[in-house]
Ligand binder design. Structure first.
Ligand code: DX5
Ligand code: ZN
Length: 224
């Protein structure tokens, strides 16, 4: 696997904000505009109150290009569905820590990594950092939700930033190398706040796919 340096700035446009009727072209457009990764938000109508898409969409995106696919599972029983997302071509899979996700978190993380995929752990704005601490030495990425998950286009919650700062501190203290990703309401202005707190991976849906100039939007987030 390629080197994994949390000081790298990574912009991951969220396909949730793309035009699903022309998904291949939309992904190509984001990649041509400088996307580092593509972020795929999988929602099941149970863990979150929205239904987006499943492994077939991940597979379709994977078939059109070989960009790094960052798959965010907002679903119950992610362990049950992991093999399908691995098979579909995910490069990183994040699972949620909240009890409503209904799985053995350590077991899911281990299963993802055993398949040669990167493992991420996501937690909601209302979930304290303490909930993810037992797993920090088992993850490649910590996904800090900056909105209540379920829908694109919501406002960035800056009040979550102390969790990012504390995660950076613990990462140093423990000699770990996981990336810190922010997801929800990220645009060039809020990316600056998140970068200041120590995040290095920026998921951005509305502010990239719906921007008049996607290339300028991605650059502005990367340089925030
Ligand atoms: C929220 C999703 C986000 C969403 C971000 O439930 O996890 O990834 O696509 O969308 P924007 O950037 O529009 O807030
Ligand atoms: Zn997401």
């Amino acid at each position: 696997m390629k080197s994994w340096t949390p000081s790298d700035r990574i912009v991951a446009p969220s396909v949730l904000a793309a035009d699903f009727s022309r998904i291949g072209e939309e992904c190509s457009r984001a990649i041509a505009a400088g996307a580092d990764w593509l972020h795929l938000d999988v929602m099941d109508g149970q863990f979150v109150d929205n239904i987006s898409f499943g492994p077939a969409m991940v597979g379709a995106v994977h078939a059109t290009n070989d960009i790094f696919l960052d798959v965010h599972l907002m679903i119950a029983r992610p362990d049950h569905y992991l093999p399908r997302f691995l098979e579909a071509g995910a490069d990183l899979i994040s699972v949620h820590v909240e009890p409503e996700a209904d799985h053995d978190v350590a077991g899911s993380l281990a299963a993802i990594q055993a398949a040669g995929c990167r493992a991420g752990l996501a937690f909601n704005p209302a979930t304290p950092l303490e909930e993810v601490l037992p797993y920090l030495d088992q993850i490649d990425l910590l996904l800090v939700m900056t909105v209540v998950p379920g829908f694109g286009g919501q406002a960035f919650m800056a009040e979550v930033m102390p969790k990012v700062e504390e995660a950076v501190r613990l990462r140093e203290e423990r000699g770990l190398a996981f990336h810190i990703e922010v997801d929800g309401g990220v645009d060039p202005q809020t990316a600056r706040i998140a970068a200041g707190a120590g995040a290095n991976v920026f998921v951005a849906g509305s502010s990239t796919f719906k921007a008049p100039d996607i290339r300028a939007a991605i650059s502005a987030i990367r340089e925030a």
